[in-house]
Design a protein around this ligand. Structure first.
Ligand code: SAH
Length: 221
């Protein structure tokens, strides 16, 4: 890190991440690229990993969980085709990095995390960055958050053998869900779109996420 101006150095690394990891690999959505240019990913990593915040891989965030690789984040956000007026449900807040990107790209974000420690830290960071359009919930995201449904988009940041049916029910007509589906060691992203009341599935790239773990009651924090 450059001692004279660390903030400018991080800006340069973030710009380089967008160019070499996202644009160069085919991410074209201008709103996604611009949000990823703005959101300071280094604020969402533990202090000891800050110098790796703009590298091309996931990083540990505590509780055995990870902040996802920037490319896979961009690919999932691009697939969701978010509009500024959309209401979005995020399952697996983790560090809150994707939550901040969703807050940039959509009108309202509901984010569920089963680890209260991670949800609290994510809430602290987003609040320090000035985001006001996010509601954090501690609980089991595989049940969704029915009281604020339907959602225009749902993103699931943990691996599941099948798309959780309760989440599909909480999508609006025309709504989109992106979810990593498959066994614990290798999944494939599925984009599911509700058309005329029916889920239409398209298969996207291979990926590897921590498992979606079910079974805690949802509590708003
Ligand atoms: N997008 C996040 C990814 C975090 S990893 C980031 O980039 O930081 C996935 C997260 O899903 C973990 O924090 C894990 O605790 C959480 N998770 C797993 N199962 C869950 C469930 N049933 N409900 C809510 N969160 C869950």
């Amino acid at each position: 890190m450059t001692a004279s101006n660390p903030a400018a150095h991080l800006d340069t690394l973030r710009q380089r991440m967008v160019d070499s990891q996202l644009r160069a690999r085919g991410i074209v959505d201008a709103r996604v690229l611009s949000a990823m240019r703005r959101v300071p990913r280094h604020e969402f990593t533990p202090e000891c990993y800050r110098d790796q915040a703009y590298e091309d891989h996931p990083l540990p965030i505590g509780e055995g969980q990870t902040i996802s690789q920037p490319y896979i984040v961009a690919s999932m956000l691009e697939a969701l085709e978010l509009r500024p007026e959309d209401r979005v449900l995020e399952v697996g807040t983790g560090s809150g990095y994707v939550t901040a990107l969703l807050a940039e790209l959509a009108a309202e974000v509901f984010s569920i995390e089963r680890h209260a420690t991670l949800a609290d830290e994510a809430r602290r960071v987003l609040s320090s960055l000035g985001y006001t359009n996010v509601k954090f919930i501690v609980g089991d995201g595989s049940q969704g958050f029915p009281s604020s449904a339907p959602y225009d988009a749902i993103t699931v940041a943990a691996a599941t053998p099948e798309p959780p049916p309760l989440l599909l029910w909480q999508l609006a007509e025309g709504g989109r869900m992106i979810v990593p589906v498959g066994p614990p060691d290798a999944q494939q992203l599925q984009l599911i779109r509700i058309q005329n009341g029916q889920p239409q599935i398209s298969l996207r790239e291979p990926c590897r996420f921590v498992p979606l773990i079910s079974g805690v009651n949802g509590v708003e924090v």
